[in-house]
Design a protein around this ligand. Structure first.
Ligand SMILES: C=CC1=C(C)c2cc3[nH]c(cc4nc(cc5[nH]c(cc1n2)c(C)c5CCC(=O)O)C(CCC(=O)O)=C4C)c(C)c3C=C
Ligand code: FE2
Ligand code: FE2
Length: 354
C-alpha cells in the first residue's frame, strides 16, 4: 500500500515548513563519535579558514589525534539520559513551536552531525512543505555559524528536483523577543543571587573572521570602540552584534553598567581571538574582589557543552580558586515559555501570508 499523502491546506503552495538549525553535537560522548563530529565541523572552510592542505594537516596531525578523547570526557559531564543538551533542548523547542503554529510542520536540523539538514529537508518535502522558513538559531552573525548554516541549506535545497522556496531568518541579536526572553529567564536567578558582577560570555571567534566581515576593510578592530555602534561597515560584525546584545539585556534588566562586563570563551588554536578571554576575565574579576558572579552566555539559545561545562564547571573552578565565592550560569533560553513565544513570533514574521 502506498503511503497516504498529507492533506494540504493550500494545494498550490503546500504546507509551510519551518527548519530550525543549530550547530550540532556528537551522537555519543565517546571518542569515535566526537572525532567524527569534529572532523565534519572543523573541515568546514568557514570554521578553519585556511588553505585546504594546511587545514587537512592541522586537522589530521594536531587536532584529531588528541582532542576527541579530551572533548568526549567533557561531553560526558553534560550528557543526560535524554542525550546531548543541545539536541534535546532544540527538539523540545521545535515541538513547542509546532504547537503554536499548527498550520506548519516544524523540524530541527543540525549543521554538523545529526539530525542532518538533508534529513530535515527530506522530512519537510515528504510532509508537503514547499515554502520553508529557515531559522538559524545563532543570535549574532558569524560566517562559521550563521554563514555556514545558510550555505548548507542553500546547497542541500539546490540538489532537489523540486527546489523548496526558502525564507531565511536573519540574526536576531537585538530582537526584543530574544532580549526579553533572556531577561525573563535571568530575573529570578539575579533576584535570588544578588550578584556583585554580571559577565556576558560569548563564544569567541578568531580576530581574522571579524576583520573579514568588515564591508569596508577599514573599521573592525581598528579602534578599541569599533563594536560600540553598528553602521554600514560592521553590520555583520560578530563583535558588534555581541556588543548590542549585551547593551540590550543590560538595559532590559536595568543592570548597573559599572558591574557589567563582556568576554569571549571557547578559543581554539594559537591565532588571536576576540578579547578579553573569559577564562582570564573570571580570574581577573575574582582578584578585583568580586565574590558573587552571574554569567550570561547569550551566543547560545540552548545550554550545551560550552555553557554547562565550560562556564558552569570550569570557569566556576577558576573563579573560586582565584578567591571568588559563587559563580552562577544563567540558564539558556532552551524551551522556556517566553522563548517559545518569542521564537514563534520571529518565525511567524517570515511565514507566507495567505
Ligand atoms: C554560537 C555560535 C558559535 C560560533 C560562532 C562558533 C565558532 C567556532 N567554534 C569553534 C570550535 C568548536 N566549537 C565547539 C562547540 C560548540 N560551538 C558552538 C557554537 C559556535 N561555535 C556550540 C553550540 C558548540 C557546542 C556543541 C555541543 O555539542 O554542545 C567545539 C566542540 C567541542 C570541543 O571540542 O571543544 C569546537 C572544537 C571554532 C574553531 C569556531 C570559529 C572559528
Ligand atoms: Fe564553537
Ligand atoms: Fe567590529
Amino acid at each position: 500500500m502506498p503511503e497516504a499523502s498529507p492533506k494540504l491546506t493550500h494545494p498550490h503552495h503546500g504546507r509551510p515548513g519551518v527548519l530550525l538549525i543549530n550547530l550540532g553535537t556528537p551522537d555519543a560522548p565517546e571518542t569515535p563519535e566526537v572525532r567524527r563530529y569534529l572532523r565534519q565541523f572543523l573541515s568546514d572552510p568557514r570554521v578553519l579558514d585556511i588553505n585546504p592542505v594546511g587545514r587537512a594537516a592541522l586537522l589530521n596531525l594536531i587536532i584529531l589525534p588528541t582532542r576527541p578523547a579530551k572533548s568526549a570526557e567533557a561531553y560526558r559531564e553534560v550528557w543526560t539520559d535524554m542525550g546531548s543538551p543541545l539536541l534535546f533542548h532544540g527538539e523540545a523547542l521545535a515541538k513547542e513551536i509546532a504547537q503554536h503554529i499548527p498550520e506548519a510542520v516544524v523540524v530541527l536540523a543540525m549543521r554538523y552531525g545529526n539530525p542532518s539538514i538533508a534529513a530535515g529537508l527530506a522530512q519537510l518535502q515528504k510532509a508537503g512543505c514547499d515554502e520553508i522558513v529557515v531559522f538559524p538559531l545563532f543570535p549574532q552573525y558569524a560566517s562559521s555559524s550563521t554563514g555556514s548554516a545558510v550555505e548548507a541549506i542553500y546547497a542541500e535545497a539546490s540538489k532537489l528536483w523540486n527546489t523548496p522556496f526558502l525564507r531565511i531568518v536573519p540574526p536576531f541579536y537585538d530582537d526584543p523577543e530574544f532580549i526579553e526572553s533572556f531577561a525573563e529567564v535571568a530575573r529570578p536567578v539575579l533576584d535570588e543571587m544578588q550578584p556583585d558582577h554580571v559577565l556576558f560570555s560569548y563564544h569567541g571567534l578568531p580576530e581574522r573572521h571579524v576583520t573579514k566581515s568588515d564591508a569596508t576593510g577599514q573599521h573592525c578592530l581598528k579602534t578599541p570602540d569599533c563594536c560600540e555602534s553598528i553602521g554600514f561597515a560592521n553590520r555583520q560584525c560578530y563583535g558588534a552584534h555581541c556588543h548590542a546584545t549585551t547593551a540590550a539585556i543590560q538595559s532590559a534588566l536595568e543592570l548597573n553598567p559599572t558591574h557589567v562586563s563582556a568576554a569571549y570563551q571557547s578559543r581554539l588554536g594559537r591565532t588571536p581571538w576576540l578579547r578579553p578571554y573569559t577564562d582570564f576575565e573570571v580570574v581577573e574579576l575574582a582578584k578585583r574582589g568580586v565574590k558573587k558572579l552571574a554569567v550570561f552566555c547569550p551566543s547560545f539559545v540552548a545550554d550545551c557543552l560550552e555553557t554547562i561545562e565550560e562556564i558552569g564547571i570550569r570557569a566556576e573552578e577558576d573563579f573560586k580558586k582565584a578567591g571568588g565565592e559563587e559563580l552562577r550560569l544563567i540558564p539558556s533560553l532552551n524551551s522556556s515559555e517566553r522563548w517559545v513565544r518569542g521564537a514563534t513570533k520571529i518565525v511567524r514574521r517570515h511565514l507566507p501570508v495567505r
